[in-house]
Ligand binder design. Structure first.
Ligand code: ADP
Length: 633
């Protein structure tokens, strides 16, 4: 698909890039100034990368270790130029970085877009905009770049009008780094002003560590004169190293957009200098919105590691536990060696101390939000609750804290909104109740309407409704909260303890004895489909239900494992029958069709809890036959 003249080649963009470009130009137009923030952010990253690589190979500096970013404009040519002396790009890197989007899940993300630009515009923030935002204001973009350390002065030029293609050619470039020239669209001429550009830089990029240089300007003879002298427009000082009380919220927010590659403001942040055995500064953010690739296995972890303000690595996954992969920000260590590598980090006790400190800090921030800004916390929970839940099984040391942060659906509100905390639950416990009851199912409705809840509803006892995949993981790791045991209502014999009085218990025993013959007969009829058949007092409306034995895996978990292609132990369920239900009473006298009745009873109990029938056709046939009989045929 490429077309060569001299050394100039034309190549097509990846389909998703084309989509992104179109969407961005339309959706971000009202916010067009952010293009400069994005390009400066990339230039700063390129400088960070160079400084880091130069730790191992000083030659990369090519005798010029003063890293900076320059912005210039040309009124006649109607261009803006952003240049850096950072790491630069090779030809292959240019093609990959500026012709494709190298993030896993990209294709899926784009396939979810509706084509309705208004709606899709809201999603673009989730994706992050980056380099391509240049096309919001430019009708043509020319990138000239040379990778640091390249022996000859061989550079690469990339050029595109943001249509379907870009051109690429080899050119001479003496200075290392990247220069981006924006040929402005009609109507963008207000950007060709030193004052305007300075105000955009100060608004969005003040926190950038590298100096952002512009030519000095002054008024002379009634006109603006550009002098041949540089000035630094931004503060050019690491934001996290400044004193907290000197940093404005706006500055924290803009810095977040740079480190978090996000378009929206963060939800909350925490900034602290930690002293003691390990000295480090942490500036950690919680985003407002989950990124599009949060569920991808190789989704990036967003915390950057610095050592004494030198950038060491992005995506330093060792700095945060997996269940906090939504956190973005910076950790700057005073003690680690500069030549620290991923391998060293994995083993390092120092990193362990930092991780545990950062984890506690984020949990503290979340507790604070939950207590003082419940609406914000609810928003957090909606975006990241499922990820945080993983921590119950993953982070033993902080399990209780995380449990306190859970927000769950329950029969109290009876909606699928997760609003109940375990403390709320405990405070609503009935007199005599000493356990926290829950049910797991594969959908909210299956949980909410489960026959297992009948007696609880009758007695007004709250039950937590778990219906997310990760919930099975939560309940198999969380055994108690504030000294109260968590108990599944679908497992083991139902012991309501003091919630039932002696008379009720006595009566249950009597009924069980009375129906002994029937339960024995059903056991024989079902054969090896059940472990046991017994009379229950769980049910008020349904004739029967299935429960898992105390120590067996819950049926829901077994189904989840199976659907994930994993082996699940095949433990048989216990069939419990409702001694007051007419269908059950009828069984006492049924002779001819006893086996059919029992089979239907079992199958519908299985269906009611979300299970699948082994032989659905036979079930349907039996039900039809029984219906015919009832109608007198
Ligand atoms: P992101 O920054 O989110 O990765 P971008 O679209 O902004 O996405 O940039 C894509 C890639 O292009 C960057 O990851 C980087 O590798 C490269 N790149 C962009 N600008 C520069 C630059 N000024 N110097 C070196 N590399 C750059």
């Amino acid at each position: 698909m490429s077309n060569t003249t001299n050394n100039r080649e034309t190549m097509g963009f990846q389909a998703e890039v084309k989509q992104l470009l179109q969407l961005m130009i339309h959706s971000l137009y009202s916010n067009r100034e952010i293009f400069l923030r994005e390009l400066i952010s990339n230039a700063a990253d390129a400088s960070d990368k160079l400084r880091f690589e130069a730790l191992h190979n000083a030659a990369l500096f090519e005798n010029d270790s003063e890293l900076n970013i320059r912005i210039g404009y040309d009124k006649t040519a109607r261009t803006l130029t952003i240049s850096d002396n950072g790491i630069g790009m090779s030809r292959d890197e240019v093609i990959n970085n500026l012709g494709t989007i190298a993030k896993s899940g990209t294709r899926e993300f784009f396939s979810r877009l509706s084509g309705d630009q208004q709606k899709d515009a809201n999603l673009i923030g989730q994706f992050g905009v980056g380099f391509y935002s240049a096309f919001i204001v430019a009708e043509k973009v020319t990138v000239t770049t040379r990778r640091a350390g390249e022996k000859s002065d061989q550079g690469v030029r990339w050029e595109s009008d943001g249509g379907g293609e870009f051109a690429i050619e080899m050119v001479d470039k003496v200075s290392r780094g990247t220069e981006i020239v924006l040929h402005l669209r009609e109507g963008q001429d207000d950007l060709l002003s030193g004052q305007k550009i300075r105000s955009i830089i100060r608004k969005y990029s003040d926190h950038i560590v590298q100096p952002i240089l512009m030519k000095k300007e002054e008024w002379k003879d009634g006109a603006q004169q550009v002098l041949d002298e540089d000035e630094t427009v931004n503060k050019a000082f690491a934001l996290w190293a400044r004193a907290k009380n000197e940093i404005k919220d706006e500055e924290y927010k803009e810095f977040y957009k740079h480190v978090g590659h996000d378009f929206e403001d963060p939800l909350a942040w925490t900034h602290a200098r930690v002293e003691g055995r390990q000295e480090y500064t942490q500036l950690l953010y919680i985003p407002s919105r989950a990124p599009f690739d949060m569920w991808e296995r190789d989704a990036i972890h967003g915390v950057k590691l610095y050592v004494r303000r030198v950038f060491i690595m992005d995506d330093a996954e060792q700095l945060m536990p997996r269940y906090m992969r939504f956190v973005r920000g910076v950790v700057d260590s005073s003690d680690l060696p500069l030549n620290v590598s991923r391998e060293i980090l994995q083993e390092s006790k120092d990193i362990e101390a930092i991780r545990s400190g950062c984890t506690k800090k984020v949990l503290g921030l979340l507790e604070d939000l939950a207590k003082n800004e419940p609406e914000k916390y609810a928003k957090f929970w909606g975006e990241f609750g499922r990820v945080l839940k993983e921590g119950i099984g993953e982070d033993h040391a902080n399990k209780d804290k995380i449990a306190g942060l859970l927000r769950l659906a329950s029969t109290h509100a009876d909606t699928n909104e997760e609003t109940a905390s375990l403390s709320d639950y405990v405070s609503r416990m009935k007199e005599g109740q000493d356990k926290i009851y829950y049910i797991t199912a594969d959908s909210f409705n299956a949980a909410k309407n489960s026959p297992h809840l009948e007696v609880f509803r009758k007695k007004g006892i709250e039950v937590l409704l778990f219906s997310d995949r990760v919930d099975e993981w939560v309940v198999s790791n969380l055994f108690e909260f504030e000294g109260k045991q968590l108990v599944s209502v679908a497992k083991g014999g139902l012991d309501l303890g003091k919630l039932e009085d002696e008379a009720e218990k006595k009566e249950q025993e009597n009924v069980a004895n009375e129906l002994k013959d029937l339960t024995d007969k059903i056991t024989v009829s079902l054969g090896d489909r059940v472990k046991e058949v017994r009379v229950t007092h769980r049910l008020t409306d349904s004739p029967a239900c299935l429960v898992a034995d105390e120590h067996d895996m819950s049926a829901n978990l077994a189904r989840l494992l199976k659907s994930a292609g994993q082996k699940a132990p095949t433990s048989k369920p216990i069939l419990e029958i409702n001694p007051k239900h007419p269908v059950v009473l009828r069984l006492k006298t049924e002779e001819n069709k006893f086996d059919d009745w029992v089979s239907v009873l079992f199958d519908q109990a299985l269906l009611a809890e979300g299970g699948q029938l082994d032989d659905p056709a036979s079930f349907v046939k039996r039900v039809n036959q029984l219906m015919l009989e009832m109608s007198g045929n």
